[in-house]
Design a protein around this ligand. Sequence first.
Ligand SMILES: [Zn+2]
Ligand SMILES: [Zn+2]
Length: 298
Amino acid sequence: MGDRGHWSRCVLEASAGLGDAEAVLAHELALDNATFRLVAARPAWTRYLLFDLRYTAISDEKRDGVLRLMLNLATGALPDAALERITPWLNDAGADAVPPDDAVLPADWERTRVLDVLRPAVPPRLAAALAPFERGLRRRLARDQDRLHAYHNDLYREAMRRAATATEGDPAHQREQLRIAAIGREYRAKLDDLGHKYALRVTLEWIRTLELVMPVVRLELLVRRRKAERVVWLDWNRLARRPEPPVCEDNVAPERPRLACDDAVHLVSAGGLAACTGCGKAYCRACHRAGCPKCGRV
Ligand SMILES: [Zn+2]
Ligand SMILES: [Zn+2]
């Protein structure tokens, strides 16, 4: 990524302060089973990578659009909500700006590290972007299935009625039996055709990466879960005027709230602490990436 000229850089200035940080933090963090304390809040700078991916969804209709993801290189956060607020500010104005000399910027990430984040981050966000299209598709499919069923049901009933009036062994009776079987075959074949017609194929293509350099307030939090505690850094985006929720350490899921695990205080979405499908024991997917520690089920 970043070759062929599809890379640009933008520096944005903003100076909004924190306000009532702890109240807003409690809401944004949405920690369901842990407490936190704000230890420090310091002015800082960060770099974001904004990835624009064009998606094309083809079924009986076609839909395309651009999915944008924003990755904070200092904290690893993917602040979807902050991205929405910042987008109107992204213009050419920041292209020539430079951050102050004393700004300490986070280093580049290895390409594989970026891809390890994007790979699980894209599918749920793409699904959300395509949800209205998919709902419409399901509605049209259900409508066509209903029509198909009603039509073949009428044919079937008519053939059954005629078969019932003919005596068994009569050629008319046999003819109707063959008709009934043919109607069933045709119905199943037409259902298959509908399945193909409404199958959804989605392709995704990277179109550009924007590097965004911005001032933030770096928040140091102490997150406590039972006897364990851990320091977590989050950025408060000065332009979006909100803190960036911690990334789900299991699979970068956008859903909230976050739950903390007992052993390492990983912050994960609900699925990251779900019960094992094999033995029913709840375990942290970030602690045990290879599978359930009790029964081994992945
Ligand atoms: Zn298990
Ligand atoms: Zn854990």
